[in-house]
Design a protein around this ligand. Structure first.
Ligand code: G1P
Length: 294
């Protein structure tokens, strides 16, 4: 049975993005002209996911609104004959079935996933973190589900090599290569100290998980930072079922970090069909100014 449901946690305060995220959820900040969370939803849909479960929090209702119909806006665009924009707006609300659930207290990523338990039910499911934008064809999640379907079991995590000095920002695996791009994970640890990290293979925000993860999360004590950590739940479940790390093909951007967000804007801007050539010209001009050329 393949994976049809995806959970997107979006309940965090987005403190790394203050002041921009004080009122506007960071998931709605645009990369070029699209909110980051729409890139994530599109990846899920392009993979064949049929139900997206958003885990939101207070002050985050505008994320749900973004994927809902917008009666006044659509009426306005229709009356002005702006049919291209009307279609774009309607396409967003027709994308996929979106269900949302609230995480009432911010107790960590593992707890956010646990909030989706009733809606996910008794099926394996995907988790996509909205901070991690992956530009890939086929989509990162599709690549992972292909691996999962071939293996027919277990947990699959997206992984990527990161500079050793950055391991403290990620879940890090201790794994053994079993085939091209695929690692059997022996253990994993959330945000280890640089000296204690078992490798520099980091978990990037894409996970394929079995429903048994919920039972583990329910019993799990707080971990790193006093939060219920998804990494810890996966490590514990790994004592019973195999965990695989898949080194996906594609470019990943950390859109939850100011610099990563800026880089994503430049890269996606350069690929934008209308703006790309102008952005490229502009960047060349800026680079020449920086280098002191006329
Ligand atoms: C989360 C996970 C971490 C993972 C990272 C990927 O951390 O807890 O294991 O490596 O996402 O982006 P966060 O960045 O939310 O602190």
């Amino acid at each position: 049975m393949t994976i049809k449901k995806a959970v997107i946690p979006a309940a965090g305060f987005g403190t790394r993005f203050l002041p921009a995220s004080k009122v506007v959820p960071k998931e709605l900040l645009p990369i070029v002209d699209k909110p980051t969370i729409q890139y994530i939803a599109e990846e899920a849909i392009d993979t064949g996911i049929t139900q997206v479960i958003l885990v939101t929090g207070r002050e985050k209702g505008s994320i749900e609104d973004h994927f809902d119909i917008s009666f006044e806006l659509e009426h306005h665009l229709k009356s002005k004959g702006k049919n291209d924009l009307l279609k774009m707006v309607q396409d967003i609300s027709e994308m996929v079935q979106i269900v949302s659930v609230r995480q009432k207290t911010p107790l960590g990523l593992g707890h956010a996933i646990l909030c989706a338990k009733q809606i996910v039910g008794d099926h394996p499911f995907a988790v996509l973190l909205a901070d991690d934008i992956v530009d890939a064809d086929p989509p990162c999640l599709r690549q992972m589900i292909d691996v999962y379907n071939r293996l027919g079991k277990g947990i699959v995590l997206a992984i990527k090599e990161v500079p050793r000095a950055e391991v403290f920002q990620y879940g890090i695996i201790d794994g053994e290569g079993v085939e091209d791009r695929l690692y059997k994970v022996k253990s994993l640890v959330e945000k280890p100290l640089v000296d204690e990290a078992p490798s520099n293979l980091a978990v990037i925000g894409r996970y394929l998980l079995p429903p048994e993860i919920f039972e583990v999360l329910e019993e799990l004590p707080p971990g790193k930072g006093g939060e219920i950590q998804l990494t810890d739940a996966i490590a514990r479940l790994g004592e019973e079922i195999p965990i695989y790390g898949y080194r996906f093909k594609g470019e990943r951007y950390d859109a939850g970090d100011k610099m990563g967000f800026f880089i994503a804007n430049v890269r996606f801007g350069l690929k934008h069909p209308e703006l790309g050539p102008r952005i490229s010209e502009f960047l060349i001009k800026v680079a020449e100014e920086i280098r002191g050329k006329p």
